[in-house]
Design a protein around this ligand. Sequence first.
Ligand SMILES: NC(=O)c1ccc[n+]([C@@H]2O[C@H](COP(=O)([O-])OP(=O)(O)OC[C@H]3O[C@@H](n4cnc5c(N)ncnc54)[C@H](OP(=O)(O)O)[C@@H]3O)[C@@H](O)[C@H]2O)c1
Length: 235
Amino acid sequence: MNLAGKKALILGGTSGIGLASAVQLKALGVDVIAIGRSEANLKTAADAGLKTRQADVLDRAGLAALFQSLAPFDILICAATGGPRANGPFLKMDLDAYQASFQKLWGYTNAVHLGAPHLTADGAIVLVSGAPARKPRVGSIALTSVGGAVEAFAKGIAAELKPRRINVVSPGIVDTPMFAVSGDARRQFLQQATNNFHLPRPGIPDEIASAVVLAATNPFMTGSIIDVDGGWVSP
Ligand SMILES: NC(=O)c1ccc[n+]([C@@H]2O[C@H](COP(=O)([O-])OP(=O)(O)OC[C@H]3O[C@@H](n4cnc5c(N)ncnc54)[C@H](OP(=O)(O)O)[C@@H]3O)[C@@H](O)[C@H]2O)c1
């Protein structure tokens, strides 16, 4: 994809993986709009030199109006968490929390349904899933279920979207504000969560963002899943 004059909308582009993807695409000359809900994160993105718009991916009317106002666009990246995911063993899990974990999927599917009609013919969508989709861990059933649904959705919708493209990037553990703990507790958590991987450390947002950029811009790639996980899903 020739990036000159291209426009990218990044849902969840105000923090973590989405923010890093926004900054990388902007550096490549793309007109980037980073989208999120909170003023604090919108300010972070603006301070990084990005254009920003406020929207909630779960507000379909608001999202439709946003897309209408920014159309046409060439790249649509969905990295919004949508809300928290439930953790722990399924049989002890609060079922409302389990179901609420799917807000990430509903945000993504809202974005594809409402955004794809405004994508240019050579445009591309990138969704972000997560390694538990294909290699579950005890306690990760909500992440596994939601990530698996995201990946199945992308593979299933690719034919309907053609010639527009859709791909998924599947990160392992990445050091982003999604993990709310700080200080020693954060270091300990990230270390323990990654110490069995081939690369025993958390990823940084830029390492995932470079795969997001590849998935968005490689014109021969659709229906694909790119693992960037330090070896999580590797046997
Ligand atoms: N970090 C990891 O280890 C990891 C691993 C695997 C997969 N992932 C996936 O990677 C994606 C990005 O995660 P991250 O780690 O970069 O998280 P993050 O740093 O918390 O960023 C999440 C972004 O989504 C936005 N957002 C959340 N809910 C939203 C909503 N309802 N409407 C609009 N924007 C919303 C947030 O802004 P506001 O809150 O201000 O709206 C923020 O910009 C997520 O899908 C996550 O599940 C992350």
